[in-house]
Design a protein around this ligand. Structure first.
Ligand SMILES: O=C(O)c1ccccc1NCC(=O)[C@H](O)[C@H](O)COP(=O)(O)O
Length: 221
């Protein structure tokens, strides 16, 4: 089966249609106000309506309150909830119940211990492994920075995951080959400026990811 691809940070019909036409499997909407990829719930709701039945939608939230989550569930009705903050295992479990749909928990990786620690989130259906942001980073994700991919081959996660963090058309085949990832996620790697998706770059990225047929992780060093 081809690698599954998520294009995160969709704000426009143009970018949504580019992801669908390219054959991506998921699109993400970022509900983090300080992000250049922020989209309000009404706009995301319209985009999600257009996407329904054509591609799965992911709502990316950072430490949401019950009211934040409820608003997104009601207005956008996403297929999946992505949690990209400092949510505790207990809070992820509460959100999983409130949302009544799959939860993708972002795990920020600097060392193998971060991957091992992910097993403390029993309520997460899937993980999204992203680079741990630098202390100086202004965003908790979407920073365009890769982590040390061999860590994933050396420390296999205990459930399905998406690989993310600084993935581009140029590095995606190596990233998949090194990790054995079955699903990948990009955002800033397919932009022409922060928050501005490039349809041609989306097409190239999806094509490059889907072209990788060999997904065995390389031998851990
Ligand atoms: O994209 C953002 O602005 C953002 C803001 C707050 C939390 C998470 C955010 N992005 C996460 C992602 O878009 C992806 O899921 C992933 O981290 C890949 O990002 P990138 O390194 O830019 O490809």
């Amino acid at each position: 089966m081809a690698v599954q691809v998520k294009i995160c940070g969709i704000k426009t019909e143009e970018a949504l249609e580019a992801a669908i036409e390219a054959g991506a499997d998921f699109v993400g909407f970022v509900f983090f106000a300080k992000s250049p990829r922020y989209v309000d719930a009404e706009t995301a709701g319209r985009l999600a309506e257009r996407a329904r039945g054509r591609i799965r939608t992911v709502a990316l939230l950072v430490d949401p309150s019950d009211a934040d989550l409820d608003r997104v569930l009601t207005t956008v009705d996403p297929d999946i909830i992505q949690l990209h903050g400092a949510e505790t295992p207990e809070r992820v479990a509460e959100i999983r119940i409130q949302a009544a749909r799959p939860v993708l928990k972002a795990v920020k990786v600097a060392t193998a211990a971060d991957i091992v620690a992910a097993s403390a989130f029993p309520a997460a259906d899937m993980f999204l492994f992203d680079a741990k942001p630098a202390k100086t980073a202004s965003l908790p994700g979407g920073n365009g920075v890769p982590f040390d991919w061999p860590l994933l081959a050396q420390t296999p996660p205990d459930r399905p995951y998406m690989l993310s963090g600084g993935l581009t058309t140029d590095n995606i085949s190596e990233a998949i080959r090194v990790t054995g990832a079955q699903a990948v996620d990009t955002s800033s790697g397919v932009e022409r400026a922060p928050g501005e998706k490039d349809p041609a770059a989306i097409r190239r990225f999806v094509q490059a990811a889907k072209a990788v047929t060999e997904r065995m992780p390389i031998e851990a060093a």
